[in-house]
Design a protein around this ligand. Structure first.
Ligand code: ATP
Ligand code: MG
Length: 252
């Protein structure tokens, strides 16, 4: 049975997509069967996986509207060894079009049942909003991974997210829980980052991953080459950090 993880934070630019793409590649490198779902109209996970969003035939948009199955919309990624359900700008329209459909919150969950035995992990890259798209991600998922930058407003945003997760648990998905909090773009020389990191550990204890993702230029430039950092520069600190994260998830 596939384990489904939604990678979520309503705050923009915290490393959701970087984590989705590079964790997918790292889990796949450990021999796991991985499907990455791009649930963001920005389609950064699609482009970062080396798939041209302008050239795709079907996308997660068709899956949400019930026009295509997950299998029909999946493509294999050439660099990364995982499969991808891509996105493009059409997805922004899905939000409006789904409003009138039945069970609009659980459309992704239902669609994923078909591939339950085909994958070990399904990762969902959510958009930076607590929107109907994100709600579909949270309803489909078993757990939530929260990437965050250790800065002043991070903890405030986190309490909004935690209360959203509670609401989803009460209304749609009783077993949903936090998989872990991931410190991203971390600079150990920054005193504020250290303080926020300490507070995070006090509040969330073991829910905070031991693995810390450092700020690393190789991670930022890999999407420009359309590949996970593992294939761009395997020895970079960024690649090694995401391999360590995969290892921590596989052997907690
Ligand atoms: P959005 O909310 O817009 O979807 P996001 O949370 O998915 O953003 P990313 O797109 O992963 O965030 O990252 C934001 C920017 O920071 C990108 O340009 C990315 O390349 C860069 N970035 C992410 N993680 C790192 C890192 N560890 N080191 C350096 N740059 C990083
Ligand atoms: Mg993103």
């Amino acid at each position: 049975m596939a384990k489904i993880i939604a990678i979520t934070n309503q705050k923009g630019g915290v490393g959701k997509t970087t984590t989705s793409v590079n964790l997918s590649a790292s889990l796949a490198a450990s021999g796991k069967r991985v499907l990455l779902i791009d649930l963001d109209p920005q389609a950064n996970a699609t482009m970062g996986s080396g798939t041209d969003k302008r050239a795709i035939q079907f996308s997660v948009y068709h899956v949400l509207l019930g026009e295509k199955s997950v299998k029909e919309a999946s493509v294999s990624t050439t660099k990364g060894e995982y499969n991808l359900v891509p996105a493009n700008r059409d997805l922004a329209g899905a939000e409006v079009e789904m409003v009138d459909l039945t069970q609009r919150e659980t459309r992704l969950k239902t669609a994923l049942e078909e591939v339950n035995n085909d994958y070990d992990y399904v990762l969902i890259d959510c958009p930076p909003a607590l929107s109907l798209l994100t709600l579909n991600g949270l309803c489909a998922a078993h757990t939530v991974m929260i990437p965050m930058q250790c800065e002043y407003y991070a903890l405030e945003g986190l309490s909004d997210l935690v209360s959203t997760i509670k609401k989803v648990r009460m209304n749609f998905n009783p077993k949903l829980h936090i998989e872990g909090l991931l410190r991203t773009m971390f600079d150990p020389r920054n005193i504020l980052a250290q303080q926020v990191s300490d507070q995070l550990q006090q509040h969330f204890g073991k829910k905070v991953y031991r693995t810390i993702i450092p700020r690393n230029v190789r991670l930022a430039e890999a999407p420009g080459f359309g590949m996970p950092v593992l294939y761009h520069d395997k020895h970079s600190k960024g690649a090694q950090a995401y391999l360590a994260l995969a290892e921590e998830i596989l052997n907690p």
